[in-house]
Design a protein around this ligand. Structure first.
Ligand code: M6R
Length: 613
């Protein structure tokens, strides 16, 4: 993870860097730092903690300079402290670097450099890299860009780096492999960052660096791209579509709350132009050329992590039920190390909000090498996963800043529903009446989500009752089992309450032993095919004095008579219930976390985009 930002131009770099780091803080917040070149010196400011701690640390000191680099860290090598905070400097102190990624062979490189007299201040792999670059510069008598290139040829691992040289204040060198880096091209200046959010207010023209590309940015000579094999590359300048307002809280106390409330719009955006119930049409342009392949696939393998993996589980039910395509859902991190059997008749669907998750990326690279067709479902436009796939569909949920994924999940489920329907239609395995009914229901989902959001104050009331629980159980069956998993994950990650999601029928095989009067059990008990069964599961919990908080279909009286609390959601087709049932759980976790005084948008130890394996 980590967020990096840099500026080269004639403006004051400090405000650009600080603002940029605040936008990138979702990527990590263990420490923050900046380095600026001022009158032939590199001035370094860094400390443990958040960007606001860095601002306090700098206090009233003068921070001038029109070239600078900044970093917000999610610790990998070395504990989060002032010394391990980036930027790091070379042996002479002439060079400074920021880095997002991991240098896997840093120990052997460090050993060699130590033997040549280098001394290190930090425990980081990044400091080793900047020492190596300077060492090469001196030994080979080459310019900085060439030294970076030679150094990167000897590096194993992932990197997005920016290097500055105090003697060359009009130049920056940047490079990337497996960690993202975007270059903003201003009128007379350059902006670099891990994503486009720190750049958008200055320029819309950007270049996404490809793996193993090195950018030499010079205020007099402009941008030059080479790859690590020293072949010159032509920069491909794209126009950003991102809007600045999407990056602000818009009056909400937290990004998470804003993003929960954005779901009627984000689901509508995801559906826009893709379905038409009157014409009985579903159309996903990005997978058109691969639909036949999916329809005839030996199997579809969904690979993802965290919340995206839960969306994959919902997708499995939908693909198998509607499109009759066999599906396996894999944790990307397990799949890639298992030496799985993959053939050319397999289709791998990678699901990722950020499109940068290292495990998911590695899994699709491996599957691609083995001949599978790779489809992506990503939210971030232009992200690495979306560029590594053969085809795919964006979720169009807009930027998700809160570390806990909310609107990205419902958008992923929406895309998976559209894909399943499209394949079902192509294969002719869905009755026309069901197909049309589902299209109508899908079109109604945004307004039904709007309805669900009205229960916010009721959920807040329930949150107050259970905010001090030490444990919680989430139960669901069928399509709602992944919703239970997602509800438990949301509670764990932002309120630090231990929670487990279980298929409701599995409860009697073990977790039932946990139930006593202190255990809140959150159950999805909507009127679907397994309603009667789940009512029995609720009775089993009540018989052991557990507290039941049930999500039920509007008008349900049976569960109301048994449960401690019920939360009503509008009726919809069984296949679409996850899109509604997940929302009360998002709100519940949010309110509990706020009541417990937790940092909702930046929970401890986490980062939004996990770009380490
Ligand atoms: O960007 P991705 O969807 O690939 O991220 C996957 C997980 O890291 C992510 O869903 C994580 O579990 C979230 N914190 C969940 O809220």
């Amino acid at each position: 993870m980590c967020g990096i930002v840099a500026y080269l131009g004639d403006k004051d770099a400090f405000p650009v860097l600080i603002k940029g780091l605040k936008r990138l803080e979702y990527r990590g917040y263990d420490s923050a730092g900046i380095a600026l070149i001022e009158e032939g010196d590199i001035n370094l400011y860094k400390c443990k903690g958040k960007v606001s701690d860095l601002e306090d640390h700098i206090g009233g000191k003068s921070v001038r300079g029109t070239v600078g680099i900044g970093h917000t860290r999610w610790a990998t090598h070395g504990e989060p402290n002032d010394i391990n905070a980036h930027p790091h400097t070379s042996e002479s102190g002439n060079l400074a670097i920021i880095h997002n990624g991991i240098i896997e062979n840093y120990a052997s490189l460090k050993e060699e450099l130590t033997q040549r007299g280098h001394t290190f201040k930090s425990d980081t792999d990044t400091e080793v890299l900047i020492h190596l670059i300077e060492d090469i510069q001196e030994r080979e008598g080459v310019k900085l860009g060439e030294a970076v290139r030679i150094a990167l040829n000897g590096v194993i691992g992932a990197y997005a780096i920016v290097v500055i040289d105090k003697d060359r204040p009009k130049r920056l060198i940047a490079a990337k492999k497996s960690s993202p880096l975007v270059i903003g091209i201003g009128e007379d200046d350059f902006y670099l960052a891990s994503d486009a959010t720190p750049i958008i207010e200055y320029t819309k023209n950007v270049v996404y660096l490809n793996d193993e590309e090195i950018a030499i940015l010079d205020l007099d000579k402009g941008l030059k791209l080479v790859n690590i094999a020293n072949q010159e590359k032509t920069p491909y300048i794209q126009e950003l579509e991102l809007k600045l307002e999407a990056l602000e809280k818009g009056g909400y106390e937290h990004f998470m709350l804003k993003e929960i409330h954005e779901q009627p719009r984000s689901i509508a955006d995801c559906l826009r132009g893709r379905i038409n119930s009157l014409q009985g049409r579903v159309q996903l342009g990005g997978i058109k050329d691969y639909e036949d392949k999916i329809a005839k696939a030996n199997r579809v393998i969904m690979v993802a992590c965290g919340t995206s993996w839960h969306a994959g589980l919902v997708g499995e039910y939908l693909f198998e039920d509607l499109a009759r395509v066999p599906v396996e859902v894999e944790y990307a991190s397990e799949f890639r190390y298992r030496n799985p059997i993959i053939t050319e008749n397999d289709v791998v669907i990678a699901i990722s909000q950020s499109g940068e998750t290292a495990d998911t990326l590695a899994a699709i690279k491996m599957a691609k090498e083995r001949g599978a067709t790779i489809i992506g479902i990503c939210n971030v436009v232009g992200s690495t996963i979306s560029r590594e796939t053969h085809g795919g569909s964006y979720t169009h949920a807009g930027p998700e800043i809160g570390v806990a994924s909310t609107k990205a999940f419902t958008a992923q489920v929406t895309v998976l529903t559209l894909m399943a329907l499209s394949i079902a239609k192509k294969k002719g395995v869905i009755e026309e009446s069901r197909f049309r009914r589902l299209l109508i229901e899908l079109e109604n989902i945004p307004s039904k989500v709007e309805e669900v959001l009205k229960i916010n104050s009721q959920v807040e009331f329930i949150a107050d009752i259970y905010k001090d629980a030490n444990n919680a159980l989430y139960l669901g069956r069928g399509l709602n089992f992944p919703v239970a998993l997602e509800g438990a994950l949301k509670l764990k990650e932002i309120s630090y309450i231990h929670a487990e999601g279980y298929p409701a029928a599995e409860m009697k095989h073990g977790p039932i032993a946990l139930i006593d009067e202190a255990m809140p059990v959150f159950v999805i008990a909507t009127k679907d095919a397994s309603y009667e069964k789940i009512v029995s599961n609720i009775q089993e919990v009540k018989a052991r004095k557990g507290k039941i908080i049930a999500i039920v279909t509007e008008g349900d009286e049976t569960v109301k008579g048994i449960a401690d609390h019920t939360i009503e959601i509008p009726e919809t087709d069984d296949s679409l219930v996850p899109l509604l049932a997940t929302i009360p759980f998002q709100l519940l976790s949010y309110h509990i976390a706020v009541m417990r005084g937790c940092n909702v948008d930046q929970p401890r130890n986490l980062a939004k985009s996990v770009t380490v394996e």
